[in-house]
Design a protein around this ligand. Structure first.
Ligand code: PLP
Length: 329
């Protein structure tokens, strides 16, 4: 296992990202603060390039390629935001990119990835193993594989969002971030530990896929089947070795949110802050709602991770009346 990154690596990533990643806004809502009894700062990574924080990790990783690696190219596998992040970062850095995507990936995502100039290799997600395809493409053509979360430069890049947030608003009592494979949570925890030592750090994952929670509580990486949830950015089946090494050391707890709670949170973002947030991006607020009783009067940061969702899908999800979920007011 490579050496897990440290806060210094997050700082170096921030230097590399300067002028290339957006410094995203911090949103607040008096209605949300009143509902939760806390002061909440939302780091709006839905406004990041490609519409999600993943650009940070991808650009940081690709900008560290040697000239030989850059000439040969990068390969990544993803159906979602990591694909677009690697494709755009590669284009900006002049690196040829190959992205392995499922045959049934949304056409809009395939088009976006191709639009950034990447070559897309399709695979059948029910009969083929994308990691194997990625590895064999890497071996055959001398490409460098950049995985979506378990990579030191990816983790360090993702940590820059929390670093910017704390630099901007000051120390926090708690930081709540969505959790898939843990790149964002691990990087955020490194930043929080260094910049706000008393800050409690929480991950939030879909209730249907609580492998991260079980891993943290048992002390071992738990593997599960692909969970059924609307949070497609967090349909991971296990944490990474590097991300888990950091998470088990730095993270206070992992919470879960149901799909109904995610829709309620998406609705709150639309109603109060006027922003479109994808289901995975709403995990932080949904998790915070279950934790609020512990955070009365506290200063809390939430990373809103992305806004990539087809408009029709968004309308359909929000068009479903919210029953038994927190009021959006
Ligand atoms: C990838 C992703 C996540 C999860 O990030 P990890 O680093 O895999 O934990 C959360 N939200 C969105 C929008 C994502 O694209």
């Amino acid at each position: 296992m490579p050496v897990p990154p440290a806060y210094d690596d997050v700082r170096s990533a921030a230097e590399r990202l300067r002028g290339h990643a957006h410094r995203t806004p911090v949103l607040t809502s008096r209605r949300v603060d009143a509902e939760l009894g806390a002061t909440v700062f939302f780091k709006a990574e839905n406004f990041q390039r490609v519409g999600a924080f993943k650009f940070r990790g991808a650009y940081n990783a690709l900008s560290r390629f040697t000239s030989e690696q850059a000439r040969a190219g990068v390969v990544a596998y993803s159906s979602g935001n990591h694909a677009q992040a690697v494709a755009l970062a590669a284009r900006l850095l002049g690196i040829p990119a190959t992205i392995v995507m499922p045959l049934d990936a949304p056409a809009s995502k395939v088009e976006a990835t191709k639009g950034y100039g990447a070559r897309v290799v399709a695979y059948d997600r029910y009969t083929q193993d994308r990691e194997e395809i990625g590895r064999s493409l890497a071996a055959e053509h001398g490409l460098t594989l950049v995985p979506p979360y378990d990579h030191p430069d990816v983790i360090a890049g993702q940590g820059t969002a929390a670093m910017e947030l704390i630099e901007e608003v000051g120390a926090l009592d708690a930081l709540v971030v969505p959790l898939g494979g843990g790149g964002l949570l691990a990087g955020s925890a490194l930043a929080a530990r260094a910049l706000a030592p008393g800050c409690r750090v929480y991950g939030v994952e879909p209730e249907a896929g609580n492998d991260g929670q079980r891993s943290l509580r048992s002390g071992e990486i738990v593997h599960i089947a692909t969970p059924r949830t609307i949070a497609d950015g967090a349909q991971t089946t296990h944490l990474g070795e590097l991300t888990f090494a950091i998470i088990r050391r730095e993270v206070t707890d992992v919470l879960t949110a149901t799909d109904a709670e995610l829709v309620a949170a998406m609705r709150t973002f639309a109603a109060t802050m006027k922003v479109v947030v994808e289901p995975t991006g709403a995990l932080g607020l949904a998790g915070l709602r279950t934790l609020a009783h512990q955070l009365q009067g506290r200063r809390v940061g939430v990373v809103v991770t992305g806004g990539n969702i087809d408009v029709d899908r968004y309308a359909a999800l929000l068009g479903t009346p919210a029953t038994g979920t927190p009021a959006t007011r």
